[in-house]
Design a protein. Sequence first.
Length: 143
Amino acid sequence: MERISDLGTPGMSGNENELYVSDDIIFKVNNLMNTGSIIALLEKALMHNELFPETFYRLYGFTGFGGRSVYPILQQALIKEAESAPQIAIDTFMAALGFEKEERPGRYTNGKYTVWDLLPRNVLRDKDGDLYVVDAEIKKQMK
């Protein structure tokens, strides 16, 4: 953790990630609060990569506090010159991907996956109108 600032400039952090920005990359240092384990986080990243390849996650490495904790570091392309997407655009985007909107805002299903937390704070729209899911909760549905 002593060298974490080597990743880049600290950005806005959330419940589960501390963000660092460097050139065209954003690094997410994940505290495992939402997933509970490294395996679950990596499985979630794989599902994200399948559904949203334009914001592909890569495992960069690990950090932590000497013998007490391990925090995975994921990297993702930085979406430049973008703003929060309006919810109606997110709904339309997800419908185009074959997802049905559920009752709660930002929650969708396609029979294989349930995706939620797709709210304007987690989906960006660039100047061309393209949408980028930069953070989502994803769960594979059991059959």
